[in-house]
Design a protein around this ligand. Structure first.
Ligand code: NDP
Length: 354
């Protein structure tokens, strides 16, 4: 018997799809990735996805940091307060961090009957019905529908020193990490010339004492309105023709400076910095699809119908960052994961498969 729905991935899109599919009695199987694979370890495509590489998550609704009872007291009238707000129970003060958040999502899906396999899907046959998925151990899985939720990986420069200071000052997500204490009132370097780079540079000026934006050419790829905003921000300095040579730091403080080079003059400079934020694009994880699902010009899975998670292959749905090059947030990924499960359920019902 083929599976009714197989979900490939391990981030908020995948687990939300699994929660909905399990509760719809579709008995979903999630193929979450192989934690022992060297490529997965190097690319950050391990089970639990990009969130597992972050620290505090403060923007996922329902997980505020701090004293939630006090928050509720400010938001609700006394008589509307839930009983546990006034009950005398210990109060957790931290919100949630990325690995906790996504592990809880996985647990929630498992509690409803989701099965999980720690394998990589390495090839697919989407012309066959049912679809055939081949995993890295040579096994095959047949399934009536597929939800692709394999996410995207942030691009890094590929320097050994960059690797050494990942999560100790080197990051590729300003929204995730910008407000951390290690960056407060300290100088920061951002690399990139696209919309992400200028947006992240602007965002980081809320916390940093200054932001040096290193651009490898003498022009920004970013849209004019966003580029103008960066140029007008007194806390941002644009350094044209600059590339990172080395991340400088130590075990105690993490990143302390960036050694950069002017690629026109060859001149080297050491820029004091508590952080290096990479904003040089993302690569969606679509290799295993072997070109059988239509992609956008930038390599993301194309959603073929507005407001749906349909792809170019009927019965294959896409959710989260693998199809979203624009919002790229945990909450929006979770939303499209929910949509993909509902789309799969309706597809199965429509075709008399359940
Ligand atoms: P982009 O691909 O648009 O830009 C990547 C940037 O990184 C380019 O400037 C590129 O330089 C630079 N780069 C690439 N590799 C290197 C490297 N090895 N060293 C130094 N620099 C490098 O990616 P974004 O993430 O910025 O944007 C992705 C999409 O999301 C775009 O469509 C963008 O418009 C959209 N977006 C929109 C936002 C908004 O509207 N608010 C916010 C964020 C993103 P070069 O130019 O020389 O190639």
């Amino acid at each position: 018997m083929p599976e009714k729905v197989v979900i490939i991935g391990s981030g908020p899109a995948a687990w939300t799809a699994a929660i909905y599919a399990a509760r719809a009695d579709l008995d979903p199987l999630v193929i979450q990735g192989n934690p022992f694979d060297k490529n997965n370890q190097e690319n950050g495509t391990l089970p639990l996805g990009q969130l597992a590489l972050t620290t505090e998550v403060e923007n996922f609704p329902s997980w505020p940091a701090g004293d939630t009872r006090q928050y509720l007291k400010t938001a609700l009238k006394e008589e509307d307060l839930p009983y546990w707000v006034t009950a005398n129970k210990p109060q957790p003060t931290h919100g949630i961090n990325g690995p906790e958040l996504v592990a809880l999502m996985r647990q929630q899906s498992v509690n409803f009957g989701t099965r999980v396999e720690s394998k990589d899907v390495v090839a697919v046959d989407l012309k066959a019905r049912p679809f055939v998925l081949r995993t890295h151990d040579g096994q095959t899985v047949e399934t009536l529908t597929v939800v692709v939720a394999t996410g995207a990986r942030a691009n890094y420069l590929g320097l050994a020193s960059e690797d050494r200071y990942k999560n100790r000052g080197v990051t590729a997500c300003a929204v995730c990490d910008g407000a951390l204490p290690r960056f407060r009132n300290k100088p920061i370097v951002v690399v990139g010339g696209g919309d992400s780079a200028v947006e992240e540079a602007g965002y980081l000026t809320k916390f940093a004492s200054r932001v040096d934006l290193l651009v490898r050419r003498d022009i920004l790829r970013a849209s004019k309105i966003m580029a103008d905003r960066a140029r007008a921000n007194p806390k941002i300095s644009l350094l044209w023709h600059h590339e990172v040579d080395e991340v400088v730091g130590n075990d105690k403080d993490g990143v302390t400076a960036i050694r950069a080079k002017n690629n026109k003059t060859g001149e080297q400079t050491e820029i004091p910095a508590a952080g290096l934020f990479l904003a040089i694009g993302h690569t969606p994880n679509v290799g295993f699809l072997g070109g059988q699902v239509e992609l956008t010009p930038t390599g993301y899975i194309r959603w073929t119908t507005l407001g749906r998670t349909y792809t170019s292959v009927a019965g294959v749905f896409a959710a989260g960052d693998v199809a979203d090059d624009y919002y790229k947030q945990a909450i929006s990924a979770a939303g499209t994961g929910c949509m993909a499960a509902l789309d799969a359920e309706r597809y199965l019902g429509h075709h008399g498969l359940i």
